[in-house]
Write a protein that binds this ligand. Sequence first.
Ligand code: HAM
Length: 421
Amino acid sequence: MLTKAPKGTRDILPGETSKWQYFERVVSKLAENYGFNELRVPIFEHTDLFARGVGESTDIVTKQMYTFEDKAARSITLRPEGTASTVRAFIEYKMFNQPQPVKMYYLGPMFRYENPQAGRYRQFHQFGVEYFGSIAPEADVETIQLCINIFKELGLKNLSLEINSVGCPNCRQKFQEELKKYLANNLDELCKDCRSRYETNPMRILDCKNKKCNDLLKDDMPLLLDNLCSECDEHFYNVKELLTYVGLDFEVNPKMVRGLDYYTKTAFEVIVDDIGAQSSIGGGGRYDGLVKECGGPETPAVGFAVGIERVLLALENQGVKIPEDNEADAYLVYGGSEAKKECFRMLDKIRSLGYLALMDFEDKSFRAQLKKADKLNAKYAVIIGEEELSEEHVLLRNMKDGNQEKIPMNSFLDKIQELIR
Ligand code: HAM
């Protein structure tokens, strides 16, 4: 127990963090290029926010939330996703009074009590964006573009973009009635959850993971797309036209409803080959009713979130090279206790110039120290032995080509700056 992290969680070890930091740098820069600014919200919120925001009959709310009472008997939940919290912050800080649109992004851990498998964890990490205040189809397409461009920038291949329209509450009402009629004769074959979904929120049956329920939804099932009101229909038409215009390939998946209840109009998902069953690396859509539902003024919004573990897994499985841990600029190598002191003094001086400098303190042989410099991919070894000390110079060895140069100690720091920029 004490020596194993809880099921569904994992440590991100020092050898891996450089990949995460690289991912974070790429996505933050791109999101900022699109006009998004970072928002940091709490890891936990009042349970009601997610129950109301994500939807009472979704799997996330009914089965997957980490909910507990705090010492003052408030019901608290570890955030299972970032949209509801972002909406709460948008309302709490009256961002609707700021010039619109308001565009925010976030990065961080999310928590869902799911059955862990490759690419599915109980604590996982998302990068997400939320775009408030525009109903224009361009906002949907800009959001989708950012999502796809993140994957392209990282070097991912074999991506597919699936889109659908889940309509507005009006068209959905019509669709849900049609769906109920369609399933009315097969109620007994639905799983227990879907029997209750049939009464409370029939559209969620489309999101059921149970094969038997899936098999009931044959090709002749009613589709949301055939039940859209004219406004939603036109919006979807415009989104598709714009996606084509900007050269983004997509496929319409008329059965996609996504696992959260807040979506209206556009819904989308990005699928990648090469990571097994959990192939959705990102998804999102429009949610024009959520800000009002959570107590704010009517505000259209659109966003998406990307699963960072899945993206890194796909990059690895596709053999895409991403930067490893930072390589040392200089490795200091000494022989004797006086030289060790001089190297130790220099270590800090080199670091304060902004370079990554390392040395070993265990009095190992020259050979062993140089071997270590090589192993760490250091650019230069800075060698000081008794001879160098008495002549007041250092031996600078280029670790790539093996060339060595004698540099007077008093001009050594200038030389390093000249060589490593
Ligand atoms: P979601 O589809 O639930 O959407 O999650 C987005 C992404 O998070 C998924 O595509 C997947 O890559 C990753 N993910 C989800 N669950 C897990 C898990 N258990 N383990 C590893 N990765 C996972 C949302 O969360 C919405 N908030 C997205 C959104 C933002 N819609 C509008 N704005």
